[in-house]
Design a protein around this ligand. Structure first.
Ligand SMILES: [Zn+2]
Length: 411
């Protein structure tokens, strides 16, 4: 009955304020994350703790296997326990490589090896793997690498399972096990307190980010790791989530939300959560369209003969490179234009065809777009003679609420 009620609540069409907020729980690095539990008996005990907490809250998790964490036949038994408990197993690679530090060919070979192994494992259980998750959430540090994995995942029938609540729960695994082995009860309580404080803070922060992006309540995908502190603390964590208006939902119900259909292609060295990826792409698209507007306004100023307005877009310290040499500073650029284009007839009609946009930001994490470079073909049309045309490379940086040209190379 409780389960039916849960499903019903998830299927409510609109997530009005106050309605329960669906959360998918995903667990990484199965069977056990890290190297803290070499003994099979302890590994089984940790697994039992994790499964007990999930069962108590009627959670159906997606649990992602890292095959290099499977130490022997006893660990296959642990994977079976997850599957038998109704959790969906997915692919989290063989060697947990960082895609940033690995070329596409090597990385894809590792993922494919793990996919085949998972398929082999699930077949006798009459199950199939659908989901894949990038180790460290790193999806590619060049556009080509990003595309290579997307194309491989599509071809191999795997879906990249995103994370919206990306946190550092794994940091608490080692201090917890150490305190437990040394029998230091006070230290255990302290680690647990920090674990919850961290997870609550990140959850609120990332959930708020998703809500602001979409202007409504968004469902979340929580990332947790299969570790001993989780076995001991998930019950309290899940209770907190229920008390703060969340309801645990299955993967398909959560992923059906349109927020997960928004395309994103963040290229970077590190792996941010989904809301950061989407936010970054929206900022980049806005920067590009603002820069386009800025340059179009500039062309309009040219076309009404307003060289002052045309040059106002240049930064005070802009550098202008052309075949005739280098001009430094806005005032000098204006002077140069005045000399070369003394009359409306000389100026003609300016238009741009935009050929390429690049944005730059901190590669460490999604952040504000700091600069945009544009390659464009400029064209001047005259009523009485043939048009002139050439290429230009313009670099603009954020200045106040707008954009200023800092470098311009026109030919
Ligand atoms: Zn992982």
């Amino acid at each position: 009955m409780m389960r039916l009620l849960g499903v019903f609540l998830v299927l409510l069409p609109a997530l009005a304020a106050g309605a329960p907020r669906p959360v998918l729980v995903s667990v990484d690095d199965l069977p056990i994350a890290g190297d803290l539990h070499p003994g099979a008996a302890e590994r089984k005990q940790v697994t039992r703790g994790l499964l007990r907490a999930l069962a108590r809250h009627k959670i159906r998790a997606v649990a992602l296997v890292t095959w290099s964490n499977v130490k022997g036949p006893e660990d296959l038994e642990l994977l079976r326990m997850w599957s038998d408990a109704g959790h969906e197993l997915g692919n989290h690679s063989w060697d947990h490589l960082s895609y940033t530090a690995t070329d596409s060919e090597t990385f894809i070979a590792d993922i494919e090896r793990a996919r085949v192994r998972l398929e082999e494992f699930l077949k006798p259980l009459d199950k199939k793997g659908r989901f894949f998750r990038f180790p460290f959430l790193r999806e590619g540090d060049t556009p080509a690498k990003l595309e290579a994995m997307r194309s491989y995942l599509a071809k191999s029938g795997q879906t990249n399972l995103p994370v919206t609540i990306d946190n550092d729960d794994y940091q608490y695994a080692e201090p917890w096990v150490r305190a437990r082995r040394e029998g230091r009860k006070k230290e255990l309580d302290r680690v647990a307190e920090e674990y919850h404080e961290h997870l609550h803070g990140v959850f609120r922060d990332q959930e708020g980010k998703g809500d602001r992006l979409f202007g409504r309540q968004t469902p979340q995908i929580l990332l947790l790791h299969a570790n001993e502190i989780g076995g001991a603390q998930w019950d309290a964590l899940f209770t907190w989530l229920e008390r703060t208006g969340h309801v645990f939902a299955a993967a398909d119900d959560v992923l059906a939300d349109p927020a997960f259909a928004e395309p994103h292609r963040f290229v970077g060295e590190f792996g941010p959560g989904l809301w950061d990826r989407i936010g970054h792409d929206r900022r980049a698209a806005r920067a590009q369209s603002d820069v386009q507007d800025t340059l179009q306004h500039q062309a309009q100023a040219w076309n009404r003969g307003d060289l002052e307005a045309f040059c106002a877009v240049y930064a005070e310290d802009a550098v202008f490179a052309s075949t005739s040499g280098l001009t430094k500073g806005r005032a000098a650029v204006l002077e140069r234009y005045r000399k070369r284009y003394p009359t409306a007839e000389a100026m003609g009609t300016l238009s741009f065809e935009f050929l390429d946009f690049r944005t730059s930001w901190s590669m460490a994490a999604p952040s504000d777009i700091r600069s945009v470079s544009v390659v464009a073909r400029w064209r001047l049309d005259f009523p009485d003679r043939p048009a002139a045309s050439g290429l230009t490379l313009i670099v603009l940086v954020r200045r106040g609420a707008g954009w200023a040209i800092v470098q311009d190379a026109s030919m």
